[in-house]
Design a binder for this molecule. Sequence first.
Ligand code: C2E
Ligand code: MG
Ligand code: MG
Length: 413
Amino acid sequence: MQQESVVRGALGWRGGEVDGARCDQEVESALRAVRAHLGMEIGFVSEFMGHERIFRHVDTSLAEPPIRAGHRLSMDEGYCRKVVEGMLPELIPDTALIPAALEIPETVLLPIGSHISVPIRLSDGTIYGTFCCFSSLPDRSLSIRDLQMMRAVADMVAAQVEAKVSSQKIQDSLKARIFAALAAGGPQMVYQPIVRLTDMAVVGVEALARFVGLPQQTPDRWFADADAAGMRGELEFAAMRNAVRDFFSVSQEGLYLALNISPKIVMGSDLVAVLEGCPLERIVLELTEHEHVEDYDGLYRSLARVRARGVRIAVDDAGSGYASLRHVLSIRPDIIKLDLSLTRAIEDDPVRQALAAAIVAFGRHVSCKIVAEGIETDSQLRALRALGVEHGQGYLLAKPASAGDVMRMTGRA
Ligand code: C2E
Ligand code: MG
Ligand code: MG
């Protein structure tokens, strides 16, 4: 864990920021630029793996190149090992002038007339592989300057290789951590009451995930980590299933259950199957507006299937400065949840009041309920009531608690 955070810190990594695909793209564009600049027929990056070298990236001007990315060759074949071991020079403008090059079968078979090759050395001194370019004809214009450029690019390739390996390590460790949380039956769920502000009756609850394992971090960080590890769906569905199971086992009637889900997980998943067996007319799906949505039509269609079965949709964190208007227009939610940044200091801030009032008026027009999040003080509660906000959630009203405790609190146990 400590190692993971050291690596993250070193990379300034914030979840998926250093991704392997981007590292590969950088290497490929550098390779293309160098090969084109040298005017050589083939350029490649190879990785040494035991007795073999693997061609990780190949760039070529030939229609039928003799090597392609993914090919493997024995370390004993070709130039790479001999260059690294000093048996061949790095810069060979004309192979016919180098007896050791002529001894290599590929020199004649391919043929190879000119060759330039440098080791890719990682920061701990180990050799990852080689960065090479070659052509069938000799090229006497190749110079020490070209070699220096190859060395500079090899250093850049080494940095990208290390970034990719580190990012892979982080991903593996995130994955292991999330697997462990799931294997332990997590995440545990707590439920925060949602209250009608006119008579303070509890009308529903929002399910919120809690993680007992390390590192101690907020649930949104856990979900972001799951995203970076490619496991967001697994974690979100586990949270939904646990919430549904625990809540409906103690709550027979009445209260609705709001479940958080990210738009990208909604798309392409069968929510009806995930929510199988629970009273769908008591389910609200909260879609955060923090996430960028590429395909609103697709999202709308995915939501339509569960909506047709009675599920309601809320836009979460509205007013937090992301895409709320777009979300609201495209999703046509049943509920809009005002972000806690809007509730904070609403009693003293005419701008926040104006925005909340506009959303309330909009809600009335389109029959959309408004829930204010994060109510912590009496003065916030009074201000929100005065603005006509009908529902609220926050520490002043009730903190998140177990399903049983919420039922006892509301007198429904
Ligand atoms: P959210 O969906 O906007 O949830 C509301 C957050 O506000 C919760 O934080 C809640 O504990 C907190 N909160 C409630 N009342 C107050 C208050 O009066 N003052 C303040 N300052 N905060 C209050 P929490 O539980 O830490 O969750 C943070 C975020 O993590 C959630 O924001 C949601 O985006 C995500 N999250 C939590 N559980 C789940 C889950 O099961 N699935 C998914 N997909 N996301 C979840
Ligand atoms: Mg929410
Ligand atoms: Mg929210």
